[in-house]
Design a protein around this ligand. Structure first.
Ligand code: NI
Length: 173
């Protein structure tokens, strides 16, 4: 198990455009393993490679619709992900592991379908709704140097934060 340090808001690496993965080699496998470990350790719902300082189009997302599974089996690995379809709209609280202890109100599609490659270079599609759709959008934005604070309508107040924390659901990505 290897944890990597999560970069925070002021780190310029979070504003760079990530390069596509062309070689599905052991470096990418190690990166994915470390992203998994780091995400599980952090308790968030998604993590993108630039958040650990690697400028590659690689993300991991927890599929929270599979809460019956152990955390390591809930994780979806996405390489070179692209949103190919989206439907509806949801507006709610969104956080980021790179912007600790803050949340903003962000509108996202209610459901999305993503095309991506797995760690062996096989192309696949995956759909998600609700928080999973939010996480797909949030993580893919990270690959283009975008943070949710760029599009948030507003940040949550201290009172709203207290309420969010009392729900015991971590929505940091
Ligand atoms: Ni994030």
């Amino acid at each position: 198990m290897a944890l990597r340090a999560i970069r925070t808001e002021e780190d310029p690496v979070l504003r760079k455009i990530c390069k596509p993965v062309t070689d599905f080699n052991s470096h990418i496998h190690t990166l994915l393993d470390d992203l998994r470990d780091t995400l599980i350790d952090s308790g968030g719902v998604g993590l993108a490679a630039p958040q650990v300082g690697v400028l590659r189009r690689v993300v991991v997302v927890m599929d929270i619709s599979r809460e019956d599974l152990p955390p390591e089996e809930q994780i979806i690995e996405l390489i070179n992900p692209v949103i190919i379809a989206q439907e509806g709209e949801q507006c709610g609280a969104e956080g980021c592991l790179s912007i600790p202890e803050k949340y903003g109100v962000v509108t996202r599609p209610e459901s999305v379908t993503v095309s991506a490659f797995d760690r062996n270079g096989n192309k696949f599609e995956v759909s998600g709704s609700s928080l999973t759709a939010r996480a797909f959008c949030h993580e893919i934005d990270h690959l283009d140097g975008k943070l949710y604070i760029d599009i948030a309508e507003r940040m949550l107040t201290d009172e709203e934060l207290q309420e969010l924390y009392s729900q015991d659901e971590d929505v940091s990505e």
